[in-house]
Design a protein around this ligand. Structure first.
Ligand code: GDP
Ligand code: GDP
Length: 463
């Protein structure tokens, strides 16, 4: 399971700055789903070779009255959903009443919590952070989020369960880890890619059914499983765990990742609580193929697009289902189709189905696309083939000059699957503009007839 880190602290301590550092800004998902508190941001993060989800809980203003209620509203859910809480304070501003109120609250919860003093750049940090020991939260981790200082080792520490014991045994050593640690480079060799393809082809397809509340996920899951086979019973586990249901279809094995909690739902009360952003993000991370369900009657929302963005950034194969397509008049249908063309143009490689989970219309065909997407995502490509296509692309459209020399592409090989990763070797390839990279990706997509999955192209200098 991909770990979840929550950032908690009063306003202005640097939570957004750290959030942006960790997520690379691009893919924050603002949670304003019905039934959820606003102001929480969710992001995918990759740092020091680790993947995790980060939640920015939004500011808590401790000077206001009723801090406890505010805490509860804004951050409780995030804290509950998290594996680790990073409690941030401002080393420059010093200890405040708000910090104390938050600390009191956090101490009452049984969550691993690290006290993080931010903005330690350009000051005598050891002296400045001294007063924060009175919060009774143990060691103080010094960082400067704006300078990206201490961030990698903080995350390393936060996500390594044995780090605490290690630090106890080795005293200072753990704290003196390289503050400027470089991001670990994952090896994308032909050999590792071949092993990955082999492994993927021999496992059941993990299919996550995701979407906003009330789009019809439960109805669809029931429909897929065949209603009579759904046994509703109590399952242990918290609200953030999806349910994994093995199933077979067209002689292929699947594991359905049910984020709607069909099998667990027993009462109306649970139905209200069933949606969790973290559950959804974890399901995406854990899946091979994501089936994103949207509601034709509600139209496409920003959250639909955020969820889609998450799935694509995570490299997942994607199938789109526009649900509740029953009983709509033609005018409305045309309107929805136009909106989809306009807003989903960037994902034109994903198959789109208009379905009615309620009546079962179109549901069977979904699996054709799921299989196609998975096959595309795991289809092996030889070095000879990838290199030939690369040369064709280069002949059709020369890469630009960089510093007076033409960028030269030499050869390409597979670097991974689900998503397909193509590693292109050559001279000055790191300097290629994004437009050329997009051109190459599209060229590969057309030539290899890859449907339903994003493709990644990585560049490597030299032969
Ligand atoms: P949030 O309200 O907790 O999300 O705080 P922000 O991330 O918006 O940061 C508040 C202010 O502190 C901004 O002006 C940031 O530029 C500044 N800031 C954040 N991190 C650092 C840091 O490491 N050093 C310094 N000097 N300023 C920082
Ligand atoms: P979830 O929150 O995404 O799991 O959504 P549910 O499956 O609980 O469905 C929410 C509501 O939409 C329920 O009242 C369903 O009966 C209704 N619904 C689901 N699918 C369809 C459909 O295809 N057509 C229509 N008209 N209603 C549907």
């Amino acid at each position: 399971m991909i770990p979840v880190v929550a950032l908690v602290g009063r306003p202005n301590v640097g939570k957004s700055t750290l959030f942006n550092r960790l997520t690379g800004t691009r893919d924050a998902l603002v949670a304003d789903f019905p039934g959820l508190t606003r102001d929480r941001k969710y992001g995918q993060a990759h740092l020091g070779g680790r993947d995790f989800i980060v939640i920015d809980t939004g500011g808590i203003d401790g000077t206001e009255e009723g801090i406890e209620t505010k805490m509860a509203e804004q951050s409780l859910v995030a804290i509950e959903e998290a594996d680790v809480v990073l409690f941030m304070v401002d080393a420059r501003a010093g200890l405040t009443a708000a910090d104390e109120a938050i600390a009191k609250h956090l101490r009452s919860r049984e969550k691993p919590t690290l006290l993080v003093a931010n903005k330690t750049d350009g000051i005598d940090a050891d002296a400045a952070v001294g007063e924060f020991y009175s919060l009774g939260m143990g060691d103080i981790h010094q960082i400067a989020a704006a300078q990206n200082r201490g961030v990698t080792s903080l995350i390393d520490y936060a996500l390594t369960p044995w780090a605490e014991e290690f630090a106890e045994e080795h005293g200072e050593e753990a704290a003196e880890e390289d503050e400027w640690a470089e991001e670990e480079v994952v090896e994308h060799t032909e050999e590792s890619a071949a092993e990955e393809a082999e492994r993927l082809r021999n496992q059941p397809i993990k299919l996550a059914i995701i979407g906003r509340p009330n789009v019809g996920k439960s109805t669809l899951t029931n429909r897929i499983l065949g209603e009579e086979r759904v046994v509703v019973y109590d399952m242990p586990g918290s609200t953030r765990d999806s349910i994994y249901i093995p199933m077979e279809r067209d002689e292929r094995e699947y594991v359905l990742i049910d984020t709607a909690g069909v099998r667990r739902r027993k009462s109306v009360f649970e139905a209200v609580e069933k949606f969790s952003v973290i559950k959804t993000l974890q399901a995406i991370e854990d899946a091979n193929v994501v089936l994103l369900v949207v509601d034709a009657r509600a139209g496409l929302s920003d959250q639909d697009l955020s969820l889609l963005g998450f799935a694509l950034n995570a490299g997942r194969a994607v199938v789109l289902a526009v649900n509740k397509w029953d009983g709509l008049d033609n005018e409305v249908k045309d309107e929805i189709k136009r909106e989809i063309d306009r807003r989903l143009g960037f994902v034109d490689f994903a198959r789109l189905h208009f379905i009615s989970a309620l009546h079962g219309t179109g549901v069977g065909h979904l699996f054709e696309s799921v299989q196609e997407a998975y096959d595309s995502a795991t289809q092996r490509h030889s070095t000879a083939m990838l290199t030939r296509i690369m040369h064709m692309a280069q002949d059709d459209h020369q890469p630009p000059m960089v510093r007076g020399r033409r960028v030269k592409l030499k050869y390409a090989h597979a670097g991974g699957y689900n998503p397909p990763i193509i590693v292109v070797h050559g001279n000055q390839v790191r300097d290629l503009p994004d437009s050329y990279k997009r051109y190459l990706i599209n060229y590969y997509r057309r030539s290899l007839q890859v449907m339903g999955t994003p493709i990644k192209v990585l560049f490597q200098e030299g032969a």
